[in-house]
Design a protein around this ligand. Sequence first.
Ligand SMILES: Cc1cn([C@H]2C[C@H](O)[C@@H](COP(=O)(O)O)O2)c(=O)[nH]c1=O
Length: 191
Amino acid sequence: MILAVEGLDGVGKTTVSRLLAARLNAAHVALPPPELLLRTTALLRRHDSLARYLYYLSAAAATDVVAQSGVLVVADRYVASAHALHLHVAGEAAQILRDLPLPAPTLTVYLTADEQSRRARLNGRATPLDPFEKALNDSEPFRTAVARRLRSGPNTHVIDTTGHAAEDVADAAVKIWDRVVHGGRDASTEH
Ligand SMILES: Cc1cn([C@H]2C[C@H](O)[C@@H](COP(=O)(O)O)O2)c(=O)[nH]c1=O
């Protein structure tokens, strides 16, 4: 099973998903996992590149391979991110990729944060902004389209992180997970 954590850059996905994986005794798999990290060719770096879309979807398929082995996976971004971030990639091949029946997560937690704190986190990063981070920073329509896509996906629960510690956000997500998987029984309080 996969519990996906989605959201715009800078909302705290990595911190929260790591805490969640620890609490649920699950594997934490980032998209892409470090061993598949984008080796930047000009083609792959392009914001609107079909190659980049395909690369991220393949990485998502690798996340699913881990889940298929029976391990519970907390995914730090998953298929929904790949589709949403590559909305602008057009053409027949892009359409085929969008229609691929990739495995859906059991639950997706969509994290939001107010725009000011999101930007503050993003600007505080040591690594330079990726083309998508730049585009999301610079283009309000792109950001809105990506956010709308991500938050309206199937089995998606929205958690606003504004003013909350990552531990509290992870607690809230564990409660939702328990409800979804154990049908209302709060398994996290049973042991
Ligand atoms: C999932 C995904 C991420 N990205 C970008 C978004 C982020 O700017 C960057 C790193 O993501 P991260 O902040 O979750 O590590 O990768 C894509 O370009 N295409 C994709 O399909």
